[in-house]
Design a protein around this ligand. Sequence first.
Ligand code: PMP
Length: 361
Amino acid sequence: MLPNRVRQMHGYVPGLQKNDSSILKLNSNENPYPPSPAVFQALKDLADPGKTALEKYPSPRSHELRQAIETTLGLDTGTVLVGNGSDEILAMLFRGLMDPGDTFVMPDPTYSLYPVLAEIAGLKYSTVPLKQDFRIDFAGLLKAAQDSNSPARVAIMAMPNAPTGLDESTDDLERFILDFPGWVILDEAYAPFGEKSFMQLAGSRFANLICTSTFSKAWSLAGMRVGWMAAHPALIDEIDKIRDSYNLSRAAQMAARAAILDVSWQKENAEKIKASRARLVSGLQQRGFQCIPSSTNFVLARVPEGNPEQARKIHQELEKRNILIRYFSLPRVQEYLRISIGTEKQMDQVLTALDEILPVP
Ligand code: PMP
């Protein structure tokens, strides 16, 4: 007999993963471009027995990769911990920062994995709805955390948030981090497509701040599964104790290291994504959609008729045309569609398909 905790769990539901080249896959916020050529060179070295000893275990703490992240991003030595995707990092944090039965706070909606991780770790959480304009209610989060029945010592949110794509002001974030009576986790998976990051302040200017990030989006390495967190070195050492001994394969370490060292590739890639994003947003607006201003590689857009039926219909019609996007049947966003940013050509394909689907004005 399995524990109730496991039997009653829902499990995370990822976007449909179909790797058929006839499908335009815009449902998982992947990068449409292949990674830096330096990654392929590193993988060639991996396949050369004279250069890489695959029969030997990899570096347990991914030493060279961590160093490359620290130096490239201007972080202090010892402030980075890497994981098998940032999902693993988040799972380690949920286990390492709290005891079963503890409570954390988060906005709603935000990344839908957090409640799943909470169930796995036996944690409780309280959610604070986004404001009417989809911004985060920081005062509400502080208030919820101070609930005398179950005070929360951890707050977590994606920043920019998902699935809205909205970033928050530096002032609001700073004030929240200073005022919050515990750890603040900012999941910066999408920050490289926006205007700012708090990564360099984690564990230094803000001792209670932990930033997580991933190679899956801005470095085009979703298939390799590498993420990291930046925090105070003392916290890194504690969380490191619950890490699987060799959590990153040699391939993942080498690929991610090559990717992060190619700084100009990442800058150019982010510019291309931003240009595609602007093209998609203007095309959607011309067709009557209302787009939430995005600082990410996806756009959340309210369908022209503003009702869930039309959102579902467009989602289905695009799927019939082999274009996968994401529809969430969540109360706040059920008249919205989330479209990942592809190449400009792919964005035009979406807009052309919409012209076939939408009623003629
Ligand atoms: N955080 C957010 C907000 C995400 O949307 C995702 C991607 N689903 C992740 C983290 C997970 O990234 P990774 O591929 O590194 O596990």
